[in-house]
Write a new protein. Structure first.
Length: 312
């Protein structure tokens, strides 16, 4: 997948493409229907399927004091878009200037740079300043500017529309099976392993540490998980929290321990799939007590993950 971080300069020589627009936070099943239609139209008309999206959530500009918590990291979003068959991604920062454009200004600027001949949108998509570019307005503009627009029907599961808001609610309640159903994939965190404080190593328990800043998170605590790296899956136990025994973390961190393995993962992208909640995070009086509890967590996780492998 080719990623452009700015719009191309206006050109009459650019090849037309099939385009869809959105933030695509989580790339959930509703998004997947848009992406599938975009790929299908692209194949039918020998055009590249393309996405116009943002490198930051619009709420960081529109509501800076209350930004929306993301369902996935930017690296995860790119990976999922590519897996869906998207060949061209325009990943643009959402800015105050962009938020002030009318639907007409936005679409004319977009069409001048991208030259899309087909635009695929969700049933409730609204473009431009104050979301004034509703279906009637966009269909009128499509005839004026010269492209076809397709609005897809509402995508619902269990009688309710699939939305990022609904998924966030399930994740925060710890209802990860429900969230996974709406995501169309197991709930996971995909991020780059960062350097930790070395506490796990001092205890003889090596951990891969992932920043979860800005993400919508399930309840803090200890989970049985699977860590996936370079196509290999490893059973593991993870602590999602602030490490209260040491009292140094102010923001939550995901610390993943793969037992019986010493993987060199610093700087690598890994995916952590959450399986079962084991216990809440708690403070221990000594590091030795924490180490003993981690051994119990590992034993419990081994049993649960073995049952999962057997399909129980």
């Amino acid at each position: 997948m080719n990623v452009a971080y700015s719009l191309p300069s206006p050109s009459s020589h650019a090849a037309p493409c099939a385009l869809t627009i959105g933030n695509f936070d989580g790339v959930h099943t509703g998004h997947q229907t848009l992406l599938k239609k975009t790929v299908q139209l692209g194949q039918q008309e020998a055009q590249k399927p393309a996405v116009f999206s943002f490198s930051n959530h619009p709420s960081t500009i529109l509501k800076p004091g209350q930004p929306v918590l993301s369902l996935c990291t930017l690296e995860h979003k790119l990976r999922l878009l590519e897996a869906a068959g998207i060949e061209q991604l325009f990943l643009i920062p959402f800015t105050k200037e962009l938020s002030c454009l009318s639907a007409e200004q936005f679409l004319r600027n977009l069409h001048a740079g991208i030259h899309f001949s087909n635009l695929i949108l969700g049933y409730d998509a609204q473009l431009g300043k104050d979301r004034q570019g509703d279906r009637i307005a966009v269909e009128t503009l499509s005839r004026q500017i010269g492209f076809q627009v397709f609005y897809l029907p509402e995508h619902a599961i269990d009688g309710e529309p699939v939305s990022s808001t609904r998924i966030r609610r399930h994740i925060q309640k710890g209802e990860l099976d429900k969230a996974s159903k709406l995501l169309g994939r197991p709930y996971s965190i995909y991020a780059r392993v960062k350097k930790g404080a070395g506490r796990g190593k001092a205890l003889g328990i090596h951990t891969a540490n992932l920043s979860v800043e800005g993400l919508c998170l399930p309840p803090l605590g200890v989970y049985a998980v699977q860590l996936v790296h370079n196509g290999c899956s490893y059973p593991a136990v993870a602590n999602l929290g602030i490490a209260p025994t040491f009292g140094t973390n102010k923001a939550p961190l995901l610390e993943v321990h793969v037992w019986d393995q010493e993987l060199e993962l610093y700087g690598e992208l890994v995916e952590v799939l959450f399986h079962t909640y084991l216990r809440p995070e708690k403070q221990f009086e000594t590091p030795e007590q924490l180490k003993a509890q981690i051994q119990q967590d590992i034993f419990q996780a081994q049993i649960l993950l073995a049952r999962k492998d057997k399909g129980e």
